[in-house]
Design a protein around this ligand. Structure first.
Ligand SMILES: O=C([O-])C(=O)C[C@H](O)[C@@H](O)C(=O)[O-]
Ligand SMILES: [Mg+2]
Length: 438
């Protein structure tokens, strides 16, 4: 097949075009939803999370959904792709990639870009393509009357387990008293936070976001969680807050307590040095976040578990490819999250259902949010897991009124990017990220 300028259907593509239609219009709607002041290595979550909802319309009258970040520079890239997509066959995922590469032009590298200092944008093509790929898969599923998990090879599990994602946190955003979670600082408070999540959602795995306090305090928190939740799988993720030496010490102390230790120290070399001196599996969503990073990480035996994230790895099919690579090199696979809405939760659930070697409970920030853009009823947590939607495509429907309300909130909230460090400095002047601090 040759490159299709203007996306004219080739004869062999005709049947698919007839069935699924061609992209006629694409909208990218930035939204904002309220978020508690969750602490991490670079600062604290702002009052709102920004997300973009992608709607891909076809001339057959169907709409596919995707969701991604909505930081200003990312939005501009999404808009460039959205403008170039009309005419594309809804089944032409390779064509989508060509459109993204062409639309981004010189800005495909993305080196140095990041979302609030938490996530380096290693591959702009993958990150920008992802929500459109999800939307096209949603469309394909709607055409075929099959769930997205079937398009990824078929669900190997009916339910996808997720983990409770604990955060140290302030009692509330400054000047507001509407935070239903309260302060999260002491081990007792963190056990109470976990209790609420486990009671409400039934989670069987618990992840603690660390990198906030000195390691001794965070170890005590993990030990309190282990005592309070025997039999639960535990993880801590300090996002590279520790030196190699500290990481080895903590790994020794928590060996037998944790199922894996996530990003204790920055970089592939640092992780490899820890791995050589520890028997705890090391997981990452920081030093391996794009296909380019796999070869050096495997060569150095730096990580034992890769945390996939379709938003960063180019969508659902490339994340499934990542699963195959992890299997080849004997690495485990888990799933990372950032604050997200239901379109992403649906996509994550289909993906996790269809990857046989994704054997850990996936991360999700879902319990922290109180607002939504999809209609209720499909994505329910029971016993810590979400049933894989069985309806066509992603299996979720947009609530247009809710989308409009959260878009209005985006317009008025004043935030245009994720700025955890800057927000922290409004309360703690001079704060510097805790990377490799201890
Ligand atoms: O596993 C991780 O590193 C994350 O979940 C990254 C996120 O940005 C998290 O740290 C957060 O929400 O602050
Ligand atoms: Mg992490």
């Amino acid at each position: 097949m040759t490159t299709r300028a203007g996306h004219q259907p080739t004869p062999e593509g005709e049947a698919a075009v007839d069935a699924g239609g061609r992209v006629s219009r694409v909208s990218v709607t930035p939204v904002a939803f309220r978020d508690p002041p969750l602490l991490n290595v670079v600062g604290v979550h702002q009052p709102f999370v920004l997300r973009a909802i992608v709607q891909v319309h076809t001339d057959a009258g169907l709409v596919g959904l995707g969701e991604t970040y909505a930081d200003r520079a990312h939005l501009q890239r999404l808009e460039a792709v959205a403008a170039a997509l009309p005419g594309l066959d809804a089944f032409d995922l390779n064509g989508l990639r060509r459109v993204v590469v062409a639309a981004l032009g010189a800005s495909t590298g993305g080196a140095g870009a990041s979302f609030g200092g938490m996530l380096d944008l290693s591959s702009a093509v993958d990150t920008v393509a992802a929500p459109f790929e999800v939307a096209l898969l949603d469309l394909q599923g709607r055409v075929l009357g099959r769930p997205v998990s079937d398009l990824l090879g078929g669900a190997v599990r009916e339910r996808v387990p997720y983990s409770a994602y604990l955060f140290y946190k302030w009692a509330g955003h400054p000047g507001r008293d509407d935070d239903p979670w309260g302060e999260g600082r002491t081990p007792e408070q963190m056990v109470a936070q976990a209790r609420r999540m486990v009671d409400d959602y039934g989670f069987g795995a618990i992840k603690l976001k660390g990198g906030v306090y000195e390691p001794r305090h965070e170890i005590e928190t993990v030990e309190a969680l282990a005592a309070a939740f025997p039999g639960h799988a535990l993880r801590i993720d300090p996002n590279g807050a520790w030196t190699v030496e500290t990481s080895v010490e903590v790994a020794g102390r928590l060996s037998g307590v944790l199922e894996y230790l996530e990003d204790p120290t920055p970089g592939i070399d640092g992780m490899a040095a820890v791995a050589r001196q520890s028997d705890l599996p090391l997981a990452t969503n920081m030093c391996v976040i794009a296909f380019d990073h796999l070869k050096p990480a495997v060569a150095a035996d730096a990580v034992q578990v890769v945390l996939s994230d379709h938003h960063l790895w180019g969508g659902l099919r490339r994340s499934a490819l990542l699963g195959g690579i992890c299997e080849t090199f004997g690495m485990g696979l888990s799933m990372h999250s950032n604050s997200h809405l239901g379109v992403s939760l649906a996509a994550m659930t289909h993906l996790a259902a269809a990857i046989p070697n994704l054997t850990y409970a996936c991360d999700t920030h879902y319990p922290w949010k109180a607002e939504e853009v999809i209609r209720p009823g499909v994505l329910e947590f029971r016993e810590g897991s979400v049933a894989v939607p069985t309806g066509p495509g992603l299996g979720v429907e947009l609530d247009e009124d809710a989308l409009a309300a959260l878009h209005e909130q985006y317009v008025t909230c004043g935030q245009r990017g994720r700025e955890d460090t800057a927000y922290m400095r409004t309360v703690v002047p001079g704060f510097t990220p805790n990377t490799a601090r201890w």
